[in-house]
Ligand binder design. Structure first.
Ligand SMILES: [Zn+2]
Length: 560
């Protein structure tokens, strides 16, 4: 009615002046969206519920139901006629209404990444299933004897004999040599699909359809490299000395197997302290509930729908899910009163409050999702980091000042080391994967160690390099995605900096616990959650913090 009266009023002046009236292309798109949402909305809800049921029951019939629903959704998005219409509307340049234009971007990208022809798609799916199967059934060996991943990890965390460590590390990489030929073939198939759609490689396709730009990411990773190189070098030199002493070797003898993690993506446990001590008599669920209530982002409704404790057959990790984009948000956990589960429930509830506190009345269905998968990851990390934060633990766990000081002494150093180690490792993943797709026929085994030496400063083993890199399952199962974990960390720090200085108006973050800081919760709700996917992720970040995504504040927080 309102639109009509405006149209009538402006009719005498000019038809085009009526702001709320849709032009021909916009109307065409609106009709398409209405029909599309009618189809997709109930299907997505059923799919999310099926995933929820399958994760809770572990039953194979529930997983079958899930994959059928997923296939039905994929079929909708692979329809070439619908894609042609969206392409035409995009190229017309006539869709100007901001919400419609934004929905067009979201739809166009979703259809674009599903426009791989059915034969090629089947080849890709079959090959990745084959690789994952090989991966899941393969057992590495030490001196001809099969070992499990748990046994390998045990040796890498506790063994002091270098020769035994080397064998365990090699056992963790053997699967890479077994799957590498198939994986390289898979990379080529993905590239073939991307080239048919007009992209130079699958890497570019994957980034473009998630609204990321190779040049922009290159710039962020280059800057992160420059800003972390010297401090990382320093911290790692300290760490290498400690490890060398422990193993009775010299620093120059340190090789990849001397770190506690097969890829050195996590800090060795040399500065670790037992934070579980502070949580064992507490209730991590109650702590999380009280904390979120205190910052004005209550989670009672979310927790009431959630499944929090372990059970036979249940998925052993954790996740958050938005069932219907209308307020049914739940988390799955397997809570124990430990620091790790404190972090996990804070993390998952971070995802959940992002989904819960958007503004469904002002957002069309298609935009009721986070601006990007890494922006919701950032909010989850922002909250998850608190579980080992001394001021937060002090505020939430009724610790003495002396206990707080003890935690601070070790935790700050460990967190810095952990963040720097992860950042340098993420650089290897990002840069290697980019080059893997640019030229899968090059000497990838040598390329891998060039990257590891350059970014992680870890010396390659003697002798010809093997394909141990392929044992990183992300290359198969989550291609060209890994960099988003790093972007999440960067944004978590950028939000932290902005809230500390511009919302809480503090000089430094030294004593910031966020406990009871309702204005921090208000800021996140109003500037990040409510707009959901209404803006490109970098516009949302600029709007919220005054700057586009930058590694500056990650460096400020974790590099001295
Ligand atoms: Zn997460």
């Amino acid at each position: 009615m309102k639109n009509l009266s405006i149209a009538v009023m402006t009719l005498t002046m000019s038809l085009t002046l009526s702001a709320n009236e849709l032009n021909k292309e916009e109307e065409k798109l609106q009709n398409f969206i209405t029909k599309h949402v009618e189809k997709i909305k109930p299907l997505e809800k059923q799919t999310n519920l099926a995933y929820w049921d399958a994760s809770n029951s572990g039953k194979s019939e529930d997983y079958d139901k899930l994959s059928k629903l997923q296939l039905t959704i994929r079929r909708i998005y692979s329809n070439p006629n619908d894609f042609a219409l969206l392409k035409e509307l995009k190229q017309s340049g006539q869709v100007k209404d901001p919400k419609l234009a934004r929905q067009l971007v979201v739809l166009y990208n979703a259809y674009l990444r599903n426009q791989i022809g059915p034969d090629l798609l089947k080849e890709i799916v079959d090959l990745s299933t084959k690789i994952e199967k090989k991966f899941n059934t393969f057992r590495g060996t030490i001196d001809g004897k099969e070992v499990t991943l748990n046994e390998i990890n045990e040796i890498l965390t506790t063994e002091t004999d270098s020769a035994k460590r080397q064998k365990a590390w090699q056992a963790s990489k053997q699967v890479g040599n077994v799957i590498a030929p198939d994986l390289i073939q898979l990379v080529k198939l993905r590239n073939k699909a991307a080239k048919k759609l007009g992209f130079d490689s699958y890497h570019t396709l994957a980034l473009t359809t998630t609204e990321q730009d190779v040049k922009q990411l290159d710039q962020i990773f280059r800057e992160l490299d420059e800003l972390t190189r010297a401090p990382y070098n320093q911290l790692k030199a300290d760490l290498d000395r400690i490890l060398a002493d422990k193993y009775g070797i010299t620093v120059t003898e340190i090789r990849p197997w001397h770190y506690h993690d097969p890829f050195f993506q996590r800090a060795p446990l040399v500065y670790e302290q037992d934070l579980d001590l502070y949580y064992k008599d507490k209730d991590v669920k109650e702590l999380a509930q009280r904390f979120y209530a205190g910052i004005g982002l209550p989670v009672d409704v979310i927790l009431a729908k959630s499944d929090l404790y372990d059970r036979q057959g249940k998925y052993p990790h954790a996740f958050s899910t938005d069932i219907d984009r209308q307020g049914d948000v739940r988390i799955l956990c397997n809570l124990k009163n430990t620091e790790r589960w404190m972090e996990t429930i804070l993390h998952e509830l971070g995802h959940a409050v992002y989904d819960k506190h958007r503004d469904p009345d002002n957002l069309p269905y298609l935009l009721r999702q986070p601006a990007h998968s890494f922006t919701t990851e950032a909010v989850a990390m922002f909250f998850g980091r608190l579980s080992r934060n001394a001021p937060w633990m002090h505020g939430m766990l009724n610790l003495s000042d002396q206990q707080r000081a003890e935690i601070e002494k070790v935790s700050t150093k460990y967190t810095r080391l952990q963040q720097l180690i992860f950042a340098r490792w993420a650089m290897v993943m990002y840069n290697f994967e980019k080059q893997l797709y640019a030229n899968p026929d090059q000497d990838l085994n040598t390329l891998w160690w060039d990257m590891v030496e350059r970014y992680q400063l870890v010396k390659r083993p003697e002798g010809p390099p093997d394909a141990g890199w392929a044992s990183k399952l992300h290359f198969t199962g989550a291609p060209c995605y890994y960099h988003n974990y790093m972007l999440g960390e960067l944004l978590a720090s950028q939000l932290h900096h902005h809230i500390v200085h511009n919302v809480l108006m503090l000089e430094s973050d030294k004593d910031v616990s966020y406990v009871g800081r309702k204005n921090a919760g208000d800021f996140l709700r109003q500037k990040v959650f409510e707009s959901a996917d209404l803006y490109h992720w970098n516009d949302m970040i600029a709007h919220a913090t005054g700057e586009t995504l930058t590694p500056k504040y990650f460096v400020e927080q974790f590099v001295e």
